[in-house]
Design a binder for this molecule. Structure first.
Ligand code: NAX
Ligand code: K
Length: 463
């Protein structure tokens, strides 16, 4: 269920060096990269005039190869460079281009624009006039391609170091980089495509891919498929959404423990009317509970605190969300000491773990290590990190997901998949994927309840 390895700039350089040490010729690798990108651009099918912008490093070298390959296909191609080529491979690629080389600052626009100014070697923002020129040329083009990365983005963090245009597509070379999936850079990449190289580096950090789910066994029953318990609180709607998501996640049965009795909702959910924390603790002694969710609509008062404590003391596999995370943060966080999934958004993450340094991937990893739990660091770019170093990064979430209640649905899904699989990292990955896919199946301006109806189709697509 992986969507391919994600490497930082340093990891990419190390992989490249390992390939050279193993006998791969550096220029051959550049030819491969350029040929792969040119093939993608050709297949995109615009077949119109092209302007390739080439920077001073190997990203620019890739650009010269792309220009030559597209011209060999019969396209009208112009090249504009930003100064001299500084690496021996780039110099060789430039020599192999026998057409004129214009100046980036004065080159006329074209229908197709290829940005090979800077890739993983960018060390600071583009000079303002260069950034402005790049933005203007991209704005003028009908189709625009960033080679490896949009020039101006920081590879590892996804930050924008200077004004960066929004490209139609980005052709990653050899492997994904964090900036392809982390915002704000991810929002400037457009469609993501991978240009394969012979060198195929792997990493613990992966792009989240579509999961492979299995139907229940022929002799399955409601407990073997996983019993989920959901502890409710002062805002019943949130735990109702979460309970229904758990019920539609593939789990066998869902029990909701709350003071209120819902007047509607799926009758398949067993609502147990319990108020006091000791009564909840008593309910949680059921050994058949395979996953326990606490947090959605829990509240932040003393009653909520006592319920959270009952959940923490129960010993069950846990999903902690929303108010449970805020309460945990007030206590200075803690090591979970059991299989658990934490699902903080940005604010909850900061309350729990403070201002950690590094990229969102680095921060998620540090949080997973310190809490001993799988951390789903939510957002437009959700990062799922396990304490053992495995990471999955989910890009491409529809912005319509940024509406009330969708977090409750995700938490319920995570609890449901945890009850089914017994594996927190796998469950978190499956939940984030199914949540995103259900959202893609909904019409714009959907509400969280609509996601619930879309879940069976999202699950069916992965069986
Ligand atoms: N790592 C790999 O395995 C491969 C890398 N390739 C390409 O090589 C690229 C990396 O090449 P490089 O390391 O040469 O890096 P870049 O081509 O990204 O740029 C580095 C050069 O730009 C200069 N520079 C950095 N920031 C600048 C700024 N703001 N303004 C002006 N100059 C600036 C640096 O001094 C250096 O000369 C990748 O993105 C990819 O396109 C491919 O050719 C093949 C395989
Ligand atoms: K580029």
């Amino acid at each position: 269920m992986t969507g391919g390895a994600i490497l930082t700039a340093a990891q990419m350089r190390a992989a490249e060096q390992a390939a050279f040490d193993a006998g791969i010729d550096p220029y051959d690798l550049m030819e491969q990269a350029g040929a792969a990108a040119a093939e993608i651009i050709w297949r995109a099918g615009h077949k119109r005039d092209v302007l390739v912008l080439c920077g001073p490093g190997n990203n620019g070298g890739d650009g010269f190869v792309i220009a030559r390959r597209l011209r060999e296909r019969g396209l009208s191609v112009r090249v504009a460079a930003l100064g001299e080529s500084r690496t021996s491979s780039a110099q060789r690629a430039r020599k192999a281009w026998d057409g004129p080389v214009e100046d980036v600052m004065t080159a006329a626009p074209a229908t197709q624009l290829v940005d090979a100014l800077f890739g993983t070697g960018l060390s600071r923002g583009l000079d303002e006039p260069v950034a402005e020129r790049l933005c203007a040329l991209v704005a003028h083009a009908t189709a625009s391609y960033a080679i490896d990365l949009p020039s101006g983005v920081e590879t590892d963090s996804g930050a924008l170091l200077s004004a960066t245009p929004r490209f139609g597509a980005c052709i990653a070379l050899g492997a994904w980089k964090p900036a392809h999936l982390l915002h704000p850079a991810a929002g400037h990449c457009g469609r993501l495509m991978l240009g394969p190289l012979d060198m195929a580096p792997d990493n613990d950090v992966q792009r989240l891919g579509a999961p492979l789910l299995t139907a229940p066994a022929a002799d399955a029953h409601k407990y073997s498929r996983g019993l989920v318990a959901v502890v409710g609180g002062g805002m019943p709607g949130a735990s109702l959404l979460a309970s229904e998501a758990a019920a539609r996640s593939g789990a066998g049965s869902v029990r909701r423990l709350a003071a209120d009795m819902p007047t509607s909702g799926p009758h398949a959910i067993i609502n147990r009317q319990v108020d006091r924390a000791d009564a909840i603790a008593e309910q949680l002694t059921d050994k058949r509970i395979a996953a326990l969710l606490v947090g959605p609509g829990l509240g932040l008062d003393e009653v909520a605190r006592a319920r959270l404590r009952a959940a923490l003391d129960s010993g069950h596999r846990l999903v902690l969300d929303a108010d449970a995370l805020t309460l945990l943060g007030e206590e200075g966080g803690r090591t979970m000491g059991r299989e658990a999934i934490l699902t903080p958004h940005e604010g909850e993450f900061r309350r729990l773990f403070g201002d950690l340094p590094g990229s969102k991937i680095d921060r998620a990893c540090a949080a997973a290590r310190s809490s001993g739990a799988v951390v789903v660091y939510k957002g437009a770019d959700s990062v799922i990190a396990a304490p053992d170093g495995r990471v999955a990064v989910a890009g491409g979430a529809t912005p319509w997901l940024s509406t009330a209640g969708t977090g409750d649905v995700l938490a319920g899904l995570a609890a449901g998949r945890l009850a089914v699989t017994g594996d927190p990292f796998r469950a978190a990955c499956e939940a984030v994927w199914l949540h995103g896919d259900a959202a893609r199946r909904c019409r714009p301006a959907f509400v969280a309840d609509d996601l619930l109806a879309a879940l069976p189709a999202a699950i069916a697509a992965r069986l």
